[in-house]
Write a protein that binds this ligand. Structure first.
Ligand SMILES: Nc1ncnc2c1ncn2[C@@H]1O[C@H](COP(=O)(O)OP(=O)(O)O)[C@@H](O)[C@H]1O
Ligand SMILES: O=P(O)(O)OC[C@@H](O)[C@H]1O[C@@H](OP(=O)(O)O)[C@@H](O)[C@@H](O)[C@@H]1O
Length: 490
């Protein structure tokens, strides 16, 4: 199976994520003067951004990579707790299993930057072990959810959630209901009796466990290649993925030589949370059935995506598809769409936009896309997500999944960019693209298109191209059905 098929498979999985939920708060501003009290800059804050951090970032990555997630953690009954819940809800993650304790302060990691330069990180929040009453509630949640999930990912930042009793409960559940279980922990030794599938120590954690001294830069690679296999016995696991930040990762499996996955170094200031993303990708790929090296390569591809963006970020399923496919025409994020559009505007290109399902690409599609391209310089195609097609056309559609439809459209000379969208209309894309010309095939009239007023408001023109008669995906599906349902089965 190729890597991307595991991505399709994991969208049906349900993952249990457990660990310290944090609120990452980014305060961004500018600074033109020094403070009178001490030689420190005065920063005029002009933006504040809340993002899920720590184990909440792992849960957010699992969700953005397309799987379902149940997130177990403990926060305080404070304002920061409410802000953290809001960040999770905005990302479609349920906060029902977050226990709010009056005895605790939500973990807050506040970063202050001036002109994109990080100046200070201020931490606050409870890190002592949760009290026995809260522990009981967490154990109740674990007992309820563990058997229903396909995999578990533990993000243990040593902030009091993974107590000895919680780990013992996980060990018992794992014996009763064996699952893929991947652990990212500052105290990995605590998990040696859990029968875990894989561990993901970073360099610091690995050398601490191996009791070897710290080296710098690339020297670390040979050191970990020489010593890392010991981790498998130390923690009693099948796979150890040691991540070495800018130097990538080294994978250890029993009876196999170490496997090095290099990375393209970027600045460490962009790498916040890359470990959370890596462990999310690793858990999903292993749970979907990928073998160790492939699972780790997929995990590394997820981390490579987040390190290209500042701050704590997540990797989307479509970005991962794009990265694994090497498809240059696929635009996966709205941010990169904005950048590409700006470039074409600078070159005074005339932008044509159309959208649709493009399920079972046929002559009608190919003809109208070719004509659409001839109306301008650049043709951008918005492509409905699988879920939006199910809503529009019924549960049996699409026939071809999104990643296949994107790859097929990208192979056409007439198409310059393909961009998936999950909304019921392409209005959000239109607002970003502001097309000079909006095109639809002749099976539509302007009255049928809710986008027309928006296009006109933005100064664009709507064109309906001639309909290629008697050709449609529905007609093809019906013809196949009628022809083959009459034939004896082979
Ligand atoms: N500076 C960087 N440049 C490129 N890739 C990086 C960088 N930092 C992290 N990564 C990627 O993220 C993965 C996990 O990062 P690492 O910093 O080792 O973990 P953690 O965040 O848990 O400390 C690495 O294996 C690598 O793929
Ligand atoms: O452990 P401490 O430093 O107290 O707290 C965690 C932070 O350092 C950050 O660690 C990062 O993870 P990575 O470790 O970069 O994957 C992310 O989880 C951030 O959301 C989080 O704020």
């Amino acid at each position: 199976m190729i890597a991307q098929q595991y991505l399709d498979k994991w969208t049906n999985l349900h993952v249990l994520a457990i660990g310290e939920a944090m609120l990452d708060c980014y305060l961004e501003g500018t600074s033109n003067r020094l403070c009178r009290e001490a030689p420190v800059p005065i920063v005029d804050i002009n933006s504040l951004k809340d993002v899920p951090g720590g184990a909440a970032n792992t849960a957010a990555n699992i969700a953005r990579l397309g799987a379902s997630v149940s997130f177990l953690s403990v926060i305080g009954t404070d304002l920061e707790g409410d802000r953290l819940k809001r960040t999770l809800q905005e990302r479609g993650i349920s906060t029902h299993n977050l226990i709010a304790s009056t005895q605790r302060q939500t973990l807050l990691k506040q970063r202050i930057s001036s002109d994109s330069q990080l100046l200070l990180r201020c931490d606050r929040g409870s890190t002592e072990n949760i009290d026995p009453q809260i522990e009981n509630q967490l154990i109740e949640n674990l007992n309820r959810l563990y058997p229903t999930c396909d995999a578990t990912v533990i993000s243990d930042y040593g902030g009091g959630i993974l107590t000895p009793r919680i780990i013992q409960t996980i060990a018992q559940l794992q014996t009763q209901y064996p699952r893929t279980i991947v652990v990212d922990s500052k105290q990995l030794k605590n998990f040696q009796f859990v029968n875990i599938t894989a561990i993901k120590p970073n360099y610091q954690q690995a050398i601490q466990l191996l009791e070897i001294s710290a080296l710098k830069g690339k020297e670390r690679i040979q050191q970990i290649v020489d010593w890392g296999a010991k981790l498998l016995d130390l923690i009693n696991t099948q796979l150890a993925a040691v991540t070495l930040d800018a130097e990538g990762a080294i994978i250890f499996e029993r009876n196999n030589p170490p496997y090095i996955i290099p990375s393209h170094p970027t600045s460490n200031s962009q790498a916040t949370g890359a470990g959370d993303t890596f462990v999310s990708g690793l858990t999903l790929a292993l749970a979907a059935g990928a073998a160790g090296k492939l699972a780790a390569s997929i995990a590394s591809a997820t981390a490579a995506i987040v390190v290209t963006q500042p701050g704590t970020t997540t990797c989307s399923l479509s970005a991962l598809h794009q990265s694994l496919s090497g498809n240059q025409k696929l635009v996966v994020s709205r941010e990169s769409l904005v950048t590409s559009i700006q470039e074409h505007r600078n070159w005074k290109h005339k932008i044509v936009f159309t959208n649709g399902c493009f399920d079972l690409l046929h002559l009608g599609h190919v003809t109208y896309l070719k004509q659409a391209k001839q109306l301008g310089d650049i043709l951008i195609v918005g492509v409905n997500s699988d879920e939006s097609i199910r809503q529009l056309k019924g549960a049996n559609r699409p026939v071809n999944c999104l990643s296949d439809r994107l790859a097929i459209l990208s192979a056409l000379e007439s198409v310059d960019y393909v961009i998936p969208f999950a909304e019921s209309t392409p209005s959000e894309l239109i607002k970003i693209i502001r097309p000079d010309i909006y095109v639809k095939g002749g099976d539509y009239t302007p009255e049928m298109l809710p986008e027309v007023p928006l296009i006109e408001e933005l100064g664009g023109e709507v064109k309906i191209l001639p309909y290629v008669s008697n050709i449609s995906t529905t007609a093809i599906v019906n013809r196949i059905y009628q022809t083959f349902s009459k034939l004896p089965s082979i």
